[in-house]
Design a protein around this ligand. Sequence first.
Ligand code: ATP
Ligand code: MG
Length: 335
Amino acid sequence: MSKESKIVLTGDRPTGRLHLGHFVGSIKNRIKLQNEYDKSFYMIADIQGLTDNANNPQKVRDNVIEVMLDNLACGLDPEKTTMFIQSEVPEIAELTVIFLNLVTLARLKRNPTVKDEMKQKGFGEDVPAGFLCYPISQAADILFAKANLIPVGEDQLPVIEQANEIVDTFNRFYGDTFTKVKHLVGDTPRLIGIDGGVKMGKSLNNAIYLSDSFDEISKKVMSMYTDPDHIHVEDKGKVEGNVVFAYLDIFDSNKEEVSGLKEQYKKGGLGDVVIKKRLIQVLENIINPIRTKREELAENPEQVMKILEDGTKKARESAKETMAEVRKALKINYF
Ligand code: ATP
Ligand code: MG
């Protein structure tokens, strides 16, 4: 494969079903780029999932099929994208060990994403070493495949930055081997949670899932925060900080009508239930076809696992090629 090949790679942690944040932050770009790039990889990051779930391997195991179903239902096509499982490509672990020597503890502790997530999970100094080091293993996830474009949500940008530092250090120590990677964030780089929280996350209990039923969507939207001072229909309402309008701005394709509704809401005379009902329908229109496809695919779990098995074989071929190069560069190619 020549140096100019365009290779795209993404992945998800199998820690829960996927939600609207994944859809707008990364999945839409995955679907698009699989048609435009020379090679496309999609990884189930089960080893990374275990970094903060070491005591619950069953959870990670059960969610492998769930995130596969979500991606396939959204349109990821195994004919175009090599879908594989991280733990079944041991070369990634090998590359991680080599990269560990290129990053300092101080640098790991400085990564803002890891810092945020450590706070969220209440780890403090008792953070599992594997979790603190996940940006290093993520660099190996990307570089084993020589990927150069990574569609991610905004929360992952510091991790991509760290991968590029590893590229620089590696090339400086051992000669030109890897090229820098670029990130691509979606049109919504970071979707807020239904609680108005800074990020919708599958471990944050604030998500609308791509597999949610109409009733679940309805319940979640009806519970959304609007404007606490907007009590009566005739009251003037605030649009800023109003979660329902934030979602309408992102998901409602009729921008003109949304802008009209905002005006009316600000003036008074528009009830929360009206805008919530509209949002429920907008989200149902997006999720319904995904949910239907997902249910169909879920009838054949063996077929889904076979896609992963075949994809993993392919991914390993790339991994072996890269490792041969890396071993040579590090002078650890003995026999
Ligand atoms: P966890 O809480 O277990 O970390 P997560 O919801 O953050 O789960 P990941 O599997 O860590 O999901 O992330 C997969 C991809 O989806 C990453 O590229 C991430 O940046 C992106 N992503 C996750 N949440 C959002 C969001 N709310 N908005 C935009 N992109 C997101
Ligand atoms: Mg995450």
